[in-house]
Design a protein around this ligand. Structure first.
Ligand SMILES: Cc1cc2nc3c(=O)[nH]c(=O)nc-3n(C[C@H](O)[C@H](O)[C@H](O)COP(=O)(O)OP(=O)(O)OC[C@H]3O[C@@H](n4cnc5c(N)ncnc54)[C@H](O)[C@@H]3O)c2cc1C
Ligand SMILES: *[C@@H]1O[C@H](CO)[C@@H](O)[C@H](O)[C@H]1NC(C)=O
Ligand SMILES: *[C@@H]1O[C@H](CO)[C@@H](O)[C@H](O)[C@H]1NC(C)=O
Length: 474
């Protein structure tokens, strides 16, 4: 039954459209991340009026370059998954791909522990085991184990690995390698190893042959942002405007409430993160989203993955990447730590954290964090004289109110729904049957979710959908 409030709302809508017909109002794009920018670019090209409403004071969203020396460090997206996608094409055309750094990143790695370095045949044997796992888990998923969490499958396979001759005696070293591998996967998928499922290995697909992650040069995603947004005039942006309400109850127009006032729109394209939707969907939309949509929002995972840069006086490590593991009692270092040297600034080291380490790092001040990391490195990298870092550069994504995590992943609950990404992408139609509220953003892509590629493609998809509905005179 309608409540009193709900009955009044259509009148507000009718009042609104009596001044200008809904068709003359702009399409409101919510968010100026890659999905929102691509949406703007394609609306601009189609000469459809639009406004991009952004809570922040900048474009990019989870693409967040920060000026550093003569280049940019990346708080968010850094690499490009594969060469068969529009983001790679932009990078290639603008000479941004650093093929040398891409090659180096693939080297196998020793693990430094408090009891010495695990290296040589231990590492080689273990790598031979893990090398085949992605393909194996893809097959498991196809074969009916899509909803099985990574840890369940991995624990079984790891036990079999240990059963081979002359391995039991090396168990304590292999255990550390196994933990380090799980943590690497957890960082890569930005998902708790106990929660992300084998379906990710099946569904996620960047469409390339060899699944290489390309490293970019010092301009990297800063240049990609510039290129993508180049055709959007400045006056299309409304910055510092956090959307707190999306009212589509009139059925033929949308009114946004924002921190800088109300905006009337012909329709809206929502590109906010899944993390934002998880927290705010219940109060954001009027009327409430359908049960299907809400179920998809709740079921999909939105993970935590965090990088932290430490700046030193001068370069002091010799390889391109390292792995260390601290005492199991340490929340931050007990499950392993990966870090790599910035190819174009070797005194700048990028540390990766996942799972419970993320909030633990978030609680520390920069001073405390530098002290903790330095103590950990001293106790593990005993071949080196570990210097004291000068400063920390980081953006804690799980604490960013407009993101609230890092990126999306499939969970047991989302697998149970079928294609939860597609459910999230499903538009809400107006009384004329045309899209009134549309959804874009990485989590609405069924194969390249998690990435800038997915974000870009969903922006493109939603403008196509809008144009084809407008052209279809029914
Ligand atoms: C640490 C980290 C590393 C990553 N590494 C990579 C990588 O190497 N390669 C890769 O391809 N991808 C990577 N990603 C993922 C990639 O950054 C994202 O998938 C992609 O940028 C998402 O784009 P989007 O447009 O969907 O969402 P977002 O970038 O989140 O854009 C949404 C925009 O909406 C705004 N917004 C949110 N709520 C509101 C509101 N209520 N009102 C107004 N505006 C609002 C936000 O400020 C933001 O600008 C990484 C992400 C993180 C966090
Ligand atoms: C947004 O707010 C910041 C301060 O928070 C201010 O410096 C900036 O000029 C504002 N930008 C716009 C476009 O209003
Ligand atoms: C550490 O130093 C020892 C002795 O100098 C050397 O034999 C060993 O290879 C080094 N290990 C690594 C991983 O650098």
């Amino acid at each position: 039954m309608h409540s009193r409030g709900a009955m009044l709302l259509p009148l507000v809508g009718a009042f609104l459209v009596s001044f200008a017909t809904a068709k003359d109002l702009p399409v409101c794009v919510i968010g100026a991340g890659i999905a929102g920018l691509k949406t703007g670019v394609d609306l601009e090209a189609a000469k459809i009026p639009y406004v991009i409403v952004e809570g922040n004071n900048r474009i990019g969203g989870r693409v967040h370059p920060v000026k550093y020396e003569d280049g940019y460090l990346q708080y968010g997206a850094t690499y490009i998954n594969g060469d068969n996608n529009p983001i790679y094409s932009i990078a290639k055309a603008n000479n941004l791909v650093d093929f040398e750094a891409t090659k180096e990143a693939d080297d196998y790695q020793s693990v430094f522990t408090q009891d010495g370095v695990i290296e040589g045949c231990d590492v080689h044997e273990f790598a031979a085991f893990t090398d085949s796992l992605s393909e194996k888990y893809k097959q498991f998923s196809i074969g009916g184990r899509a909803a099985e969490p990574f840890t369940e499958a991995f624990d079984k396979n790891y036990k079999q690995f240990l059963k081979k001759k002359r391995r039991a005696s090396r168990k304590s070293r292999f255990d550390k390698l196994a933990l380090m591998y799980s943590t690497d996967m957890e960082t890569e998928w930005a998902a708790l190893m106990s929660k992300y499922v084998l379906a990710n290995y099946e569904k996620w697909d960047d469409g390339s042959k060899d699944k290489i992650e390309y490293t970019l040069n010092k301009m990297g995603f800063k240049k990609i942002l510039d290129v993508i947004s180049s055709t959007i005039p400045q006056n299309r942006y409304k910055f510092n405007s956090t959307v707190t309400g999306i009212d589509y109850s009139s059925g033929n127009a949308v009114q946004l409430s924002t921190s800088s006032g109300k905006i009337d729109c012909s329709s809206a394209i929502v590109t906010v993160s899944l993390g934002f939707l998880k927290k705010h969907a219940k109060t954001l939309f009027k009327p409430l989203l359908s049960k299907t949509k809400t179920t998809a929002i709740n079921a999909l995972g939105f993970g935590d993955m965090q990088k932290v840069f430490l700046v030193y006086d001068k370069p002091w490590l010799t390889d391109s990447a390292y792995r260390t593991i601290g005492p199991s009692t340490s929340t931050i270092f007990g499950r392993g730590l990966g870090f790599d040297i910035t190819a174009w600034s070797k005194k700048t080291i990028q540390f990766w954290f996942s799972g419970p380490a993320v909030p633990a790092v978030g609680k520390l001040t920069d001073e405390q964090l530098m002290k903790e990391i330095t103590a950990h490195l001293k106790s593990t990298l005993r071949n080196f004289t570990v210097p004291t870092p000068k400063r920390v550069i980081r953006h804690m994504w799980y604490q960013d109110p407009l993101v609230l995590g890092s990126y999306s992943y499939l969970t047991p609950a989302s697998v149970a729904l079928g294609d939860a990404n597609a459910m999230l992408a499903e538009p809400i139609s107006g009384t004329d049957g045309k899209p009134l509220v549309q959804f874009a953003g990485e989590a609405t892509h069924s194969t390249v979710y998690q990435t800038t590629i997915g974000a870009f493609l969903t922006g493109e998809r939603e403008v196509k959908r809008l144009i084809s509905a407008r052209n279809n005179k029914s």
